[in-house]
Design a protein around this ligand. Structure first.
Ligand code: ZN
Length: 184
């Protein structure tokens, strides 16, 4: 992976998504740290996404997870005082549709406010559950495809009123033992 390539939005987002897939397999297998085959999964997915021979899976998969995991806060896992949270804040054009809505407790909901998800997580010095990050990355990727932003440079997207902040997209992930799939 050439660092320079990450200057292009498409490469940055697909790199983050490939890292997410790698992290997911490692957490699934309860690995302490990443091994060679995890890196292979990441490399193959990144290449496939860049070449267009692979696709990010539809948000429908996440809808099923949302239904199966029951009613709890997507960020901290508590089951009381739930409201619907817009992952992409409404203030920045986040839509009132299922793809963009998850359960959140009132405390997380008001703490997140209008912040970008990853920016908010950064403020709390924490990393989101992988399932919520997956949903978020898909929203970002779909947004960038729909708005012809994939071939832009990352600088082009800095400091604009998009419903996400490109500078907060994670390009390196914590060790699998520090990650969780779903909150609670
Ligand atoms: Zn919460």
């Amino acid at each position: 992976m050439v660092k320079k390539e990450l200057n292009i939005v498409k490469a940055l987002l697909f790199w983050s998504y490939a890292n997410l897939a790698m992290a997911h397999t490692a957490v699934d297998k309860k690995q302490e740290k990443y091994a060679a085959f995890n890196y292979m999964i990441r490399a193959r997915l990144f290449k496939g996404l860049m070449e267009g021979s692979m696709n990010i899976r539809t948000i429908f998969d996440d809808e099923k997870i949302k239904l199966l995991s029951g009613n709890k806060c997507s960020y901290c896992g508590v089951t009381d005082n739930l409201a619907l949270d817009h992952i992409f804040p409404q203030k920045f054009g986040g839509k009132d549709v299922g793809d963009n809505l998850v359960y959140a407790c009132r405390s997380c909901n008001s703490s997140k406010g209008k912040k970008d998800l990853m920016e908010w997580m950064g403020c709390k010095n924490t990393f989101p559950p992988l399932m919520i990050l997956r949903r978020y990355l898909k929203l970002v990727i779909n947004y960038c495809i729909e708005n012809n932003l994939m071939e832009c440079t990352v600088e082009d997207l800095n400091n604009q009123n998009f419903p996400f902040k490109i500078e907060h997209i994670p390009v390196s992930y914590p060790k699998p033992c520090e990650l969780i799939l779903v909150a609670g």
